[in-house]
Design a protein around this ligand. Structure first.
Ligand SMILES: [Zn+2]
Ligand SMILES: [Zn+2]
Length: 325
């Protein structure tokens, strides 16, 4: 299961009752943060998220409304007793951008690893110390808890989108394991897709596993024009969070100039990507009440929520495949 909370929905600057766009993901008891503008740690406090178990921070790009909250948040995490490393992921140039911000903090109780512009999918594993990111998979992707993909977007500065996929192991057939006398100590590894060798015996996952089952997909796209690669990248997401900086079609020129999107463009991406649900975020401070513009979206993509701070949802595996082989 993956729980997602929109910590904020504003773009540009934090204003009363609207924090800057960011999202907090909870997986098991650990957390991933996407973007960290000014005030994000206050939004985390409002939502009672805690700080200590935040293992990964994904930054879309280096504009202030997405990173200026980072030094404060990292300091608070240190004050909360964090000692294990934190991984920060971001686009090309993010290391230079963060250098000054992080050095301003002074002493930290934990190490920071910065992964700049990942060239391939990243694999996230839940370990006793928290969520750990690896650039190359050990074994195969089925041993990962979360597969994280990025996509280069079209903004005024290097900017990346994120998608996370939580694979679901095929159904484990206990009766087959018992019939083949496979020792119980190997069951877990077989379920994870590993082949196990024990003396002369070789146990293959297919001996005990059913068909592949779909996992959970979540995607987050902000600060970009609607480029052609996005629908593929977000394809069939259970939840797609996307920017809609401007609400009306008349603002298209502004959107093009500042490399953002209008609501109807956002809705169109959701439709092309065949996602299950769309949440719109990153509203221009000039939009007083984003939800009154819902009609600009629902004709194109009905399953849309206009984001509000604190909006939260838990994505779970569908039940429909449980009985299948
Ligand atoms: Zn922004
Ligand atoms: Zn930006």
């Amino acid at each position: 299961m993956l729980n997602i909370t929109l910590l904020g929905t504003g773009g540009g600057m934090p204003i009363p009752n609207k924090f800057l766009s960011s999202a907090l993901l909870r997986y098991q008891s650990r957390k991933i943060l996407i973007d960290c503008g000014e005030g994000t740690q206050v939004a985390m406090r409002v939502n009672n998220t805690g700080f200590k178990s935040l293992d990964i921070i994904c930054l879309t790009h280096g504009h202030g409304d997405h990173i200026f909250g980072l030094p404060g948040l990292l300091s608070t995490m240190a004050n909360s007793g964090r000692s294990t490393p934190v991984t920060i992921i971001g686009p090309l140039g993010i290391k230079d951008k963060l250098e000054g911000l992080i050095s301003a903090i002074g002493f930290l109780t934990f190490e920071i690893e910065i992964l700049e512009s990942p060239k391939a999918d990243l694999f996230i594993q839940l370990k006793p110390q928290g969520l750990v990111v690896t650039e190359h998979t050990v074994g195969n992707s089925q041993t990962s808890d979360i597969i994280l993909s990025t996509l280069n977007l079209d903004h005024a500065t290097p900017c990346i989108a994120y998608s996370m996929y939580i694979p679901r192991a095929p159904k484990f057939h206990l009766e087959r394991a018992l019939a083949k006398d496979i020792p119980k100590i190997y069951w877990k590894r077989l379920q994870k897709g590993e082949t196990v060798k024990d003396g002369n015996n070789i146990y293959l996952p297919k001996m005990v596993l059913g068909k592949a089952r779909p996992g959970i997909k979540f995607s987050y796209v902000t600060d970009t024009r609607p480029i052609e690669a996005i629908p593929d990248f977000i394809h069939k997401s259970d939840l797609f969070i996307c920017e809609g900086t401007y609400s009306n079609d008349e603002d298209i020129e502004k959107a093009i100039n500042y490399k953002h999107m209008i609501f109807s463009e956002t809705a169109n991406l959701a439709r092309l990507g065949k996602v299950k649900e769309l949440w719109i975020t990153h509203f221009s401070p000039s939009i007083e009440d984003p939800k009154i513009h819902i009609n600009n979206v629902v004709d194109i993509f009905p399953d849309t929520r206009i984001g509000i701070d604190g909006l939260s949802k838990t994505l779970a595996y569908p039940n429909s495949n449980d009985s299948e082989d």
